[in-house]
Design a binder for this molecule. Structure first.
Ligand code: BGC
Length: 438
């Protein structure tokens, strides 16, 4: 019965090579529709910035906000692509600060910046680049309205408002008026810019963390929908790829997760791929297996009872053990209050592998679709700047993505280079501030 249950699970999470190809085509069709301003699950948002030259120089501040950790840094760019000097600090937002209202959120952020400036004093006006890791409708490099929250954020009074203006006001109230917010960007754009600062072949940025998204470099003339003033030949486009929803192999667990989420009907791909949701998918599988008597003697252990209570970092720990007896999985289960037999631990680990492998395959497929839209034969090298805990820390995630590239492109996969750019989203904001100050 257990083998049958696992075989059924494998089937419902399978993504065949044909499905990957169909999905790639559907993704590119959505990209084109979004660029033309036609209805599409991909927003294809203009960012008003192109790759840096590496010659940018000077001192810039960056604010990186989009998870419960807020990062602030100062970067001294030397102007010759060599490593910048960085000073950074990290602050945490409480659950309350990400679920109340705009003044609480931006007031806290301004206080963090005030503290950073006091600890790392420097006289005179300071230019700041702002990474805001949500979908923003930008009308220029330093202006953009929040389209909608994702990743469980629900702060009131921000949707539809210019987040740069909200930040400026709270900085003034904090007495930090010497900080000039000169640019606004999504975290994927920051990551692309940080990657391209180091390597001129970088033309896409991707986050695989709590949420997921991709941006890439597009010919400005291809952006057919109306955009604000911009005079460069290329522009980075923030696709908001987590919202992609065509030709995805969704199953009953995906539907259950979506219907109970804060944003049902949205972020379909993100809900199959990103760190906020993988633990929840496994939790739903465990609950189902228990109800069928396949796991834990048919009783759902407490750690799997609470919706959202089984985080993806736990899946990482489960998959870190590849021993035949799954001893470390059992030990971790014990820490979480579950006495499990070896067979239960092995089934849980297999369920976890099934869910995370699908995530890695889908993540690779949409990245491949992004790059091959403009280079179908993979004629040149593409460096894909990557950031996020799933990509960086989840055992085997990157290797499974690379396997999928080979499955899709054979030897051509050598053209696609995944480059981890740790803290790319914060350093990239400093680079964008520099590019937009020239
Ligand atoms: C947001 C994107 C962001 C991504 C990664 C998604 O939920 O909509 O704007 O880039 O998470 O942080």
């Amino acid at each position: 019965m257990r083998n049958e249950a696992l075989a059924g699970l494998r089937d419902s999470f399978a993504v065949s090579p044909e499905r990957l190809r169909t999905l790639t085509g559907a993704f590119q069709a959505e990209m084109r529709r979004g660029l033309a301003g036609e209805p599409s699950s991909l927003k294809m948002l203009p960012t008003y910035v192109d790759r840096p030259t590496g010659r940018e120089r000077g001192s810039f501040l960056a604010l990186d906000m989009g998870g419960t950790n807020v990062r602030i840094l100062r970067a001294e760019l030397p102007g010759d692509r060599t490593a910048p000097r960085l000073i950074s600090a990290q602050f945490s937002l409480s659950r309350e600060q990400i679920s109340t209202d705009a003044s609480v959120l931006f007031g806290s952020i301004a206080r963090f910046i005030g503290r950073f400036l006091r600890d790392h004093a420097r006289p005179g006006p300071q230019k700041l680049g702002f990474t805001f890791s949500f979908a923003i409708r930008q009308t220029s490099i330093a202006r953009g309205e929040l389209i909608g929250w994702t990743k469980g954020w629900t702060v009131e009074g921000v949707v539809g408002r210019d987040v740069v203006e909200l930040l400026r006001r709270s900085l003034e109230a904090e007495g930090a008026g010497e900080v000039q917010v000169v640019s606004l960007n999504n975290d994927t754009t920051g990551t692309l810019m940080a990657g391209a600062y180091r390597d001129p072949d970088c033309d896409a940025g991707c986050i695989l963390g709590t949420g997921t998204n991709i941006c890439y470099r597009e010919r400005t003339a291809e952006i057919r929908k109306p955009i604000g003033p911009y005079d460069r030949e290329f522009m980075v486009v923030n696709m908001e790829s987590g919202n992609f929803n065509v030709a995805l192999p969704r199953n009953l667990y995906d539907e259950a997760l979506d219907s109970r989420s804060e944003n049902p009907g949205f972020q379909a791909e993100e809900k199959m791929v990103s760190g906020k949701y993988l633990g929840e998918l496994v939790r739903l599988v465990v609950a189902d297996f228990c109800s069928r008597g396949v796991l834990f003697g048919g009783r759902v252990p407490d750690v799997f009872l609470q919706p959202g209570g089984f985080g993806s970092e736990r899946l990482s720990e489960i998959e870190a053990d590849d021993g035949p007896e799954a001893d470390r999985v059992r030990a971790r289960l014990k820490d979480w209050g579950v006495e499990a037999e070896a067979e239960d631990a092995r089934i849980l680990r297999e369920a976890s592998r099934i869910v995370s492998s699908r995530a890695a395959r889908l993540a690779a497929a949409v990245l491949s679709a992004t790059v091959t839209k403009n280079d179908p034969a993979l004629a040149v090298d593409h460096v894909l700047a990557m950031d996020g805990s799933l990509f960086e820390k989840y055992p085997g995630f990157r290797a499974r993505m690379e396997d999928t590239f080979r499955e899709l492109h054979g030897a051509g996969a050598g053209r696609l280079r995944l480059a981890l750019v740790p803290d790319g989203s914060s350093f990239g904001a400093a680079v964008i501030a520099a590019v937009s100050s020239i």
